[in-house]
Design a protein around this ligand. Structure first.
Ligand code: NDP
Length: 393
């Protein structure tokens, strides 16, 4: 078998590092062609020494100037590019067969769309791409003839629980609904007054998963689940009233599909992102991921509860944005990114995050943008408005 060329966009992040862990187990299957980072140049250099990519992409000219001589000292001759346009350029290289889209936030959108338009196998971790530009992104997948495989553990679980020939029609496939599980995050069961005091460190201490800081805060606020509802809508063509969220604190069942005959198919496993990553990397084959087998005898029990939309309003805001349609999900996402960054910088409280998002949604134009350029302009405007809301918190 000829190794498949892979571009890992966001290689220095949590998903990127886990991807390279799985890739390293299969040197005969994968050839790393591209690695991208943003600010973590030391980590990117170490990765380059191990995987010998042909291209590296970093944030800006200063980061590239820092990296180039260090590569040369190590005897490596990878080409170093920088900036957002370079991300799109490397995503469509002919020697790249598959693209792991693992940049965080809306910054990951243009390169993921470029990969889809170029007909690549797109391994999508960057859920914000679908939240911000679901319609345009799915059009790019169709027009480019790309293969879109979900990395997010919930969506990967649903993907594994759907019929193999699922073509985007729940009724034809005999599906009643899609059930997304949620761990409930580190603040499940906390009182509303306690939530006003929590710190970024508290929010980033997830009970089951080790993740980047932004998604950790989103998990704590349940916005992550809200973004995942929107992601599921686009990936599986599921209307909001056929997507249910169930809190399952053990994170063993990663999500489920309920069929009309009463059957429920689920995917279970240890909470380790290398499982969905190996699933999409190897698809349609099953490959080793390095994840230990689930030990049923060690499980104390599997429990389920309703999400609390009063203490965690972000999930309700996301459902409303999906129902409103147009640019509402993009505005929701932009405001959330601004609010989460402000919380991580200790400029606002955790409980201010939904307030910033809701008040931004209430003043922005939510009508649908016709093009990616218009959408990015709407995203920029929502960020400007959200920043104003942050200042007035
Ligand atoms: P991290 O914060 O750990 O990593 C983000 C990556 O993106 C890093 O490589 C970072 O570079 C790079 N990056 C940051 N800003 C930019 C930018 N403006 N332009 C280009 N690159 C940039 O995030 P995660 O790995 O946790 O998450 C990545 C994506 O995957 C997110 O969309 C998240 O929602 C999704 N996801 C993550 C899961 C997880 O378990 N972590 C689970 C499911 C989905 P550097 O670090 O060098 O600055």
């Amino acid at each position: 078998m000829n190794p498949q060329g892979i571009a890992v966009l966001g290689a220095t992040g949590s998903i990127g590092v886990n991807t390279l862990d799985v890739v390293a187990r299969h040197p005969d299957r994968f050839q790393v062609v591209v690695l991208t980072g943003h600010r973590q140049i030391d980590r990117l250099l170490e990765q380059a020494k191990r995987f010998h990519p042909r291209f590296l992409v970093v944030a800006d000219a200063a980061a590239a100037a820092d990296l180039r001589p260090r590569l040369a000292e190590s005897g490596l001759n990878a080409e170093v590019l920088h900036g957002p346009a370079a991300l799109e350029q490397v995503a469509v290289l002919p020697e790249v067969d598959m693209v792991m889209a693992a940049i965080v936030g809306a910054a990951g959108l243009p390169s993921a769309i470029a990969a889809a338009r170029a007909g690549k196998k797109v391994l999508l971790a960057n859920k914000e791409s679908l939240v911000v530009a679901g319609r345009l992104f799915m059009e790019a997948v169709r027009e480019g003839g790309a293969t879109l495989l979900p990395v997010d553990s919930e969506h990967n679980a649903i993907f594994q629980s759907l019929p193999h020939d699922y073509a985007g029609d729940l009724d034809v496939a005999g599906i009643r609904k899609i059930i997304l599980t949620a761990s409930g995050g580190p603040f499940r069961g906390r009182l509303a007054e306690e939530l006003a005091q929590v710190t970024p460190e508290d929010a980033c201490k997830h009970p089951n998963w080790v993740m980047g800081r932004k998604i950790s805060v989103d998990s704590a606020s349940l916005m992550n689940k809200g973004l995942e509802v929107i992601e599921a809508h686009w990936l599986f063509n599921a209307p909001p009233d056929r997507i249910e969220v169930v809190v399952h604190p053990q994170s063993v069942i990663h999500s489920m599909v309920q069929y009309k005959d009463g059957s429920v198919l689920a995917q279970l496993g240890s909470p380790d992102m290398r499982t969905p990553i190996a699933n999409v990397l190897g698809w349609p084959d099953r490959i080793e991921s390095g994840v230990a087998s689930l030990d049923f005898m060690a499980l104390s029990g599997l429990t389920f509860e309703k999400p609390d939309l009063i203490r965690f309003p972000c999930l309700a805001l996301a459902f409303s944005a999906l129902a409103a349609g147009g640019d509402a999900p993009a505005v929701l996402n932009a405001a959330n990114e601004v609010a989460v960054a402000a919380f991580l910088d200790r400029r606002i409280r955790f409980v201010d995050i939904p307030m910033v998002v809701e008040s931004t949604l209430s003043v922005c134009d939510l009508s649908a943008s016709a093009s990616l350029a218009d959408l990015l302009a709407a995203d920029a405007e929502a960020r400007r408005v959200a920043l104003g809301k942050v200042h007035s918190c």
